[in-house]
Design a protein around this ligand. Structure first.
Ligand code: ITT
Ligand code: NA
Length: 186
């Protein structure tokens, strides 16, 4: 069972590949085919990207879209996380959060798999806090400044296996792969 993961992000791919293996699925990285529309719905972004990638590739394809939703910022950057990361990065986020008491934030992920004749969507979430300073060098994006609930380390201090135990992405993907397994067994 081989599925193309349409992403340009090698870290995301490494995380997803490890989850896929739990389900006996071989995940290949397929860069250059994820077309992203701007929308305030992660699900809309992911569905559009999955369907257009499928039209281009003509083989089973997975897309996953995520964002960091900060409570004190009314959910910002949320679906705009990619742009915000590219422009101001985690340093800019820390600056926006200077002096802010309530540091609660959640990562949300929507994964969409096109596996004819199935279209499968899964969502995942992990809540925690925006750290007051960056720690760790692993992972990507906002990982150095996100501490998942129940932990004292940031995502950037965890290896892939540890991050996959709690991450939004791993949760969304497990839900998708579980559903696929059910559909194929019917
Ligand atoms: P692709 O679109 O090519 O898959 P991307 O890195 O742009 O890769 P997303 O659009 O899904 O991925 O994510 C938007 C941003 O949200 C991303 O650039 C990161 O800054 C942030 N983000 C998402 N998941 C994250 C995670 O697990 N850890 C840290 N930051 C994350
Ligand atoms: Na993106």
């Amino acid at each position: 069972r081989e599925i193309c993961f349409a992403t340009g992000n090698a870290h995301k791919y490494a995380e997803a590949e490890a989850v896929a293996r739990e389900y006996g699925i071989t995940l290949k990285q397929c860069p250059g085919v994820k077309r992203e529309i701007q929308s305030d719905s992660l699900e809309e972004v992911a569905k559009h990207a999955a369907l257009t990638a499928y039209m281009e590739l003509g083989q089973p394809v997975l897309v996953e879209d995520a964002g960091l939703f900060v409570k004190a910022l009314n959910g910002f950057p949320g679906p705009y996380s990619s742009y915000v990361y590219k422009t101001i990065g985690w340093k800019g986020l820390l600056k926006l959060m200077e002096g802010v008491e309530d540091r609660s934030a959640c990562f949300k992920s929507v994964a969409v798999l096109v596996y004819e004749p199935f279209l499968i969507t899964g969502v995942g979430e992990v809540c925690g806090a925006v750290a007051t300073e960056a720690r760790g060098v692993k992972g990507f994006g906002f990982d150095p400044v996100f501490i998942p609930e129940g932990y004292s380390v940031t995502f950037a201090e965890m290896d892939v296996v540890e991050k996959n135990m709690v991450s939004h992405r791993a949760r969304a993907l497990r839900s998708v792969f579980k559903t696929l397994r059910e559909y194929l067994e019917r």
